[in-house]
Design a protein around this ligand. Structure first.
Ligand SMILES: [Zn+2]
Length: 267
């Protein structure tokens, strides 16, 4: 089965994971900029990370014949320091013409603070001025509904942003409808313990349909599963979903969204 992994933090994964996802049918992997698990101490740390995402990691994936794409930003967890965020955001435009850069992400909110909102606005402005796709991280647990509302409202109020060029990731049962009703795309993150299990993701597809939806593993340095997308495809098959319906969700939908950036190509 062919599929796209639209959200994975491969810099945190071992080389065997590249081997496994390639053998499972992965045709392209996309890596949003993320929190390293610790706060970086300067904009220079982000500069090095952006070089890693745009130069080194595509080469590492290339050893398995796998196209690697990335998204750039300072993640919401490090957005409390607005001055640092401004310095990092100022670095982004020089990377945007890189051949594997798809857009701005994963931006968004973590604790829904005033500073996070300010930094989110700065990112959206860069995306609008440079005509970039946007990938959004939504907060965890009790902050998710409020945070998702704040993000969707901000994006809807910016008339420069076309909703079909935005994906709101980590949706759950109580936020997916809000996102789809806005005209934006919804990403379901398949985590073994939190966010959304494969069974819950399939339930959501059965209730809300399979238009403008994708699934990802968001595998990173924490408890996560780089094979979560093919594992969920298998679970869909067991539930009686057709091969065409599964392929739409794991291959065609992410391809449709990502191909809005002309640089995106499958392997
Ligand atoms: Zn992520």
């Amino acid at each position: 089965m062919k599929y796209i992994e639209p959200h994975a933090h491969m810099v945190s994964r071992i080389t065997d994971d590249y081997m496994k996802i390639t053998m499972a049918g992965c045709q392209a992997v996309c890596e949003p900029a993320f929190w390293a698990g610790f706060d970086r101490s300067s904009a220079q740390g982000f500069y090095d990370y952006f070089c890693q995402l745009t130069e080194h990691e595509p080469k590492r994936a290339g050893k398995f014949g796998l196209p690697h794409f990335c998204w750039l930003c300072i993640n919401p967890k490090e957005a409390e320091d607005v001055k640092l965020a401004e310095e990092v955001i100022a670095l982004i435009p020089r990377f945007l013409n890189g051949p594997n850069v798809l857009g701005i992400g994963e931006i968004g909110l973590n604790k829904n603070s005033r500073n996070e909102l300010k930094v989110l606005e700065l990112h959206v402005d860069v995306a609008a001025r440079h005509d970039q796709l946007i990938l959004v991280h939504t907060p965890h647990l009790e902050d998710k509904l409020k945070g998702t509302r704040l993000i969707v409202d901000m994006l809807k109020n910016d008339k420069r942003i076309r909703p079909e060029r935005v994906i709101i990731d980590h949706v759950e049962e109580h936020t997916i409808k809000l996102v789809l009703d806005s005209g934006m795309w919804a990403g379901m993150t398949l985590y073994p313990e939190s966010k959304c299990t494969p069974a819950r993701a399939i339930d959501m597809v059965e209730v809300y349909g399979n238009e403008r939806v994708w699934m990802n593993s968001a595998c990173d340095w924490g408890i996560s599963d780089p094979l979560a997308v093919p594992r969920t495809a298998l679970a869909m098959k067991k539930r009686g979903h057709t091969v065409e319906a599964i392929e739409k969700l794991v291959l065609q939908n992410p391809s449709t969204f990502l191909s809005q950036c002309p640089k995106f190509k499958l392997g």
